[in-house]
Design a protein around this ligand. Structure first.
Ligand code: ZN
Length: 331
């Protein structure tokens, strides 16, 4: 046993190498989402990739002690309610899986359903639902209701159930592929899939109470995750959450610019018309083309050379004249 002091508290390790494995796992979680935002990847794809890489990291050494260290330190141990330690497990438990089938089925189901939901609500809300339902449902609520038994929860299924719950409330008629006991149904309404899932999980939860030996899958965590997902779904509907439209960012940028320096140069009637059309245009992609077209037709007020648009600045090819459209100033 090794006691390792970390900024988050003391960690007990069976194998000293586990410290590096745990550090690598945390780097993968953070790094994958940074790369996803940078490369405009979906939250769903990033989460699937992170889970697979993490699984390989702690399974590849083939060392039982390392695997136990990862489960005990990154899973959510509900004794945190008594000891007040290991709260980070509320977040990290979603990235740890027991075996190959566990990670494979979780990620497969999450991917085929998650990409559709993320299409509807966008990256930011997908992340809020996934992390929110995983932390609150599978972590806090399930951890609390399983007391006084000490349970270490691992796996993404609580968060995935949360996504299903929110999806079923917000877009019940959307059709997604669904897996019902090893059978893949290609186009099932989300509401029907969620209903079958919840009935099955409820049955299994009661079956586990009657027959405690019935597997170590936490069906109550699935139900808690789905229930919190339903609450998230109602809140998001009330807020009118929708995925940002593809041109939204470009539109905001173009709307924030001050085109008056171009207006002063557009004295020719045809250019004046083009300038008026640019100001009136609402579709971001069209507005961008109109802007480029107008700039290419205007001439420098100082030397009559052609003008070019670079970012938000209009420059003269012949002299130092330029106009910054963000400030609406020429000079
Ligand atoms: Zn010039």
């Amino acid at each position: 046993m090794i006691y390792c002091r970390t900024p988050l508290g003391t960690v007990v390790l069976l194998n000293p190498a586990s410290a590096y494995v745990i550090a690598a796992i945390l780097c993968v979680i953070v790094g994958t989402y940074i790369i996803a935002i940078w490369r405009k990847m979906s939250f769903t794809a990033a989460t699937v990739i992170a889970n697979i890489i993490i699984f390989i990291i702690y399974m590849a050494p083939g060392n039982e002690e390392i695997i136990k260290d990862v489960f005990y330190n990154l899973g959510f141990n509900n004794s945190a309610f008594e000891t007040g330690e290991g709260w980070w497990g509320l977040f990290t438990h979603m990235y740890i899986h027991a075996n190959f089938l566990h990670v494979f089925f979780n990620m497969f189901i999450f991917f085929i359903m998650g990409i559709h939901f993320e299409d509807r609500v966008g990256f930011k809300w997908m992340a809020i639902v996934y992390w929110g339902t995983g932390i609150i449902g599978a972590g806090i609520i399930n951890g609390y209701i399983t007391l006084p038994d000490v349970v270490i929860g691992i796996g993404a299924s609580g968060a995935i159930s949360g996504v299903l719950g929110a999806f079923a409330i917000m877009y019940p008629r959307d059709r997604v592929p669904m897996v019902i006991i090893f059978i893949i149904l290609p186009r099932v309404p989300v509401a029907l899939g969620a209903l079958v899932f919840i009935l099955f999980e409820t049955f299994m939860s009661f079956a586990q109470i009657s027959f405690p030996g019935l597997g170590n899958v936490s069906h109550t965590a699935h139900l808690a995750g789905a229930a919190v997902g339903v609450v998230f779904g109602f809140i998001m509907m009330k807020k009118g959450v929708e995925a940002p439209k593809p041109g939204a960012k470009l539109g905001r940028k173009l709307d924030s610019l001050d085109y008056s320096p171009l207006g002063e140069l557009a004295y020719h009637p045809a250019n004046k018309e083009r300038y008026e059309a640019l100001l009136k245009e609402d579709i971001p992609e069209v507005k961008e083309v109109l802007l480029e077209d107008l700039v290419s037709r205007l001439r420098c007020p100082d030397c009559s050379s052609i003008l070019t648009l670079k970012g938000t600045t209009v420059r003269c090819e012949g002299c130092a004249w330029k106009a910054d459209l963000r400030k609406g100033r020429a000079g």
